[in-house]
Write a protein that binds this ligand. Structure first.
Ligand code: GDP
Length: 312
């Protein structure tokens, strides 16, 4: 089969994962790509349902994301936040005016009985996104972080406390009882290859793997599964991955990433300057820092190439 005809499913969190999906879109028809997205970060704020990782994917794939800021929309206005602050409302989580429109419509649709996957699909169609963007589940799953300050819901830890408290454990409330969203298991079973994006393995990928039917589908895979390491030059590109690994007593090295995904992946794509001593999986290297569009396409091609080698 030609490379262009391949069906690829990518398991992803927010920013790090969206970069890889954008890269895949440079090398494949978007109709051949499915993204299965973490919803453990989702939360209800000011009465609205916010789905940060799904929104990062939607904004990135529709060209609306604020790349410099690393979250939210480009050219955003902030009248709502200013008015909220003036009235003494909680302002630790920033909601731009355009962003708010998405949360209002999502909340209304969910309240009327629509599923998160239907709502997400509706936004994607509206913005002409060809990639199939699927939440990992339509059931509610909440990432809770056990810290030296006690248990914190994910966004309180990540945004309000800027990942400062030391973490001793992470759990995903609701995951063990959750079903995958419609299309998720089919996208894993029907893919020619599955990629795990360089998203935070502990906070962004683990909630997805904590859904039993998703883990089972990956364990029983017939197509190769390749992960892209979030470590570049032995460090995380952004966010709390390395800090978290140290706090959990895990060495910040690709061997740990390989061990973390043991039994679920056949290959690991790592940065050219890094090593990995795991002999159970196949290792490939490229420069995995994805700044430009060319970088993103290169990393996507290298991950696909490794999967193709594993398939033969
Ligand atoms: P979040 O949900 O928005 O925090 O983002 P993700 O979980 O998807 O991604 C965070 C992870 O992506 C971090 O561990 C980063 O090291 C990794 N990451 C971000 N940009 C890049 C990149 O350009 N290359 C690689 N290899 N990893 C990246």
């Amino acid at each position: 089969m030609s490379r262009a005809g391949r069906r690829i499913t990518c398991i992803t969190g927010g920013v790090g994962g969206a970069k890889l999906v954008l890269g895949l879109q440079q090398v494949l028809p978007p109709g051949n790509i499915t993204a299965i997205v973490n919803t453990g970060d989702d939360f209800r704020h000011l009465g609205f349902w916010v789905s940060p990782d799904i929104d990062t994917l939607l904004y990135t794939l529709s060209g609306k994301s604020n790349v410099a800021q690393g979250w939210g929309r480009e050219g955003e206005s902030w009248a709502f936040m200013a008015a909220l602050r003036e009235l003494g409302g909680e302002d630790w989580f920033q909601l731009g005016d355009g962003d708010l429109a998405l949360h209002v419509l999502r909340s209304l649709a969910l309240a009327s009985g629509k599923t998160l996957s239907a709502v997400t699909g509706g936004f994607a169609r509206r913005w002409g996104i060809g990639v199939t963007v699927l939440p990992m589940s339509d059931d509610s799953i909440a990432t809770v972080v056990n810290t030296e300050e006690g248990e914190l819901p994910f966004q309180r830890y990540f945004v309000e406390r800027r990942c400062e408290p030391r973490v001793s454990a992470i759990r995903f409330d609701g995951a063990s009882r959750a079903s995958p969203a419609p299309g998720v298991v089919e996208a894993i079973r029907g893919a020619d290859m599955v990629l795990i994006a360089p998203s935070n393995p502990f906070l962004s990928v683990d909630p997805i793997l904590a859904i039993p039917a998703i883990r089972t589908a990956l364990e029983g895979r017939s197509a190769p599964v390749v992960a892209v390491s979030p470590l570049v030059g032995g460090r995380a590109v952004k966010g709390p991955t390395a800090k978290l690994m140290e706090e959990l007593g895990i060495s910040v090295h690709n061997d740990s990433i390989a061990a973390h995904y043991e039994g679920l992946v056949d290959g690991l794509l790592i940065d050219s300057g890094d090593g990995c001593n795991d002999e159970a999986i196949r290792i490939a290297r490229t420069s995995t820092l994805m700044n430009s569009m060319a970088d993103k396409a290169r990393v996507a091609r290298a991950a696909m190439q490794l999967a193709e080698e594993l398939a033969t």
